[in-house]
Design a protein around this ligand. Structure first.
Ligand SMILES: [Fe+2]
Ligand SMILES: [Fe+2]
Length: 298
């Protein structure tokens, strides 16, 4: 990737086809996806509410109607049958693999990025909180070994590696710290996730200082894009993220659905320099900030 080129990743999550799915929000999302013309679509799990055949068929249809660009998807805890215990024990991902994606830990290589999807759904135990295994970290290491030096290294997983900064106390996935430490070693720049049903864009250093406190990893959590299951600050709301990667920066725009707008609109934006780059220090702007602060404090 050179000059002003950018890679645009549309990041959706927690579609929850079934009773919680909101058709009008789904239609608004399809419209906005067309307008944004992404290069890649990422969906970080929970395609269905109860892993039923028709719910997967509807979710697959939705994916087909998105812009025709490469997709990277991972399963969530709602994509394995919770109450159909025999099915969960014997063939937990059969319907997901049939309708959504055969591969549970996919790797997507595009110009400017290597994106590694990790299946954190844990059908046998830790069903709600998920699990990340050592062999998956090895798989990630293997996938990133051949990444071009300037490619952004991105991990996608349904469950969160760091908690949202609010008081809802969601349990973070077991072994999340071990995973973050390994991702730092591997030069992972960003993790895209879901499950929390509310957006959060921050940095792993907020939670796990670890051994390397230089940069941390950008955390990009997506709310529920199309269901009535929003929580916390996104209760009864829907959201998605647009990630734009250039040679020098990552910009994440968080879009929220508003009824009065009849669609999604940008709500906040976060920009981070890429490794080896820094933002230009604007001396005039900094001086203006100091001056206005002095006026307020006088
Ligand atoms: Fe969910
Ligand atoms: Fe989930």
């Amino acid at each position: 990737m050179t000059g002003n080129q950018s890679l645009r990743i549309l990041h959706l999550s927690d579609l929850h086809f079934g009773p919680p799915f909101l058709p009008k929000v789904g239609r608004a999302l399809q419209e906005m996806a067309d307008q944004l013309s992404p290069d890649v679509v990422v969906v970080s799990g929970d395609f269905t509410q109860r892993a039923k055949p028709q719910q997967f068929i509807d979710a697959a249809q939705f994916l087909k109607q998105l812009p025709p660009v490469p997709q990277l998807v991972v399963p969530g805890n709602h994509d394995v049958p919770l109450y159909r215990v025999a099915e969960r024990m014997l063939k937990p991902h059969e319907l997901y693999r049939r309708h959504i994606s055969e591969e549970l830990n996919p790797v997507l290589r595009v110009d400017g990025a290597v994106i590694v999807g990790l299946d954190t759904s844990s059908p046998y135990r830790n069903i709600t909180n998920g699990r990340i295994h050592r062999w998956q970290l090895d798989l990630c290491s293997e996938a990133l070994r051949s990444a071009p030096p300037d490619a952004a290294r991105i991990v996608v997983a349904h469950h969160h590696f760091a908690p949202a900064p609010d008081y809802l106390h969601d349990w973070t996935m077991p072994k999340a710290r071990r995973a973050i430490d390994r991702f730092v070693e591997l030069g992972v720049e960003m993790i895209l996730g879901g499950h929390l049903h509310r957006a959060y864009i921050g940095n792993s250093l907020d939670f796990f200082p670890g051994t390397d406190r230089e940069r941390g990893i950008i955390i990009v959590q997506c709310g529920t894009s199309t269901s009535r299951r929003g929580r916390g600050r996104e209760r009864e709301k829907n959201s998605f993220n647009l990630v734009e990667i250039t040679a020098t920066s990552h910009r994440i725009t968080h879009y929220v659905y508003f009824d009065e707008e009849r669609g999604f609109t940008p709500f906040s934006q976060h920009t981070f320099p890429r490794p080896g780059h820094q933002f230009e220090h604007d001396v005039q702007q900094a001086a203006a900030v100091v001056e206005s602060a002095e006026v307020v404090n006088s």
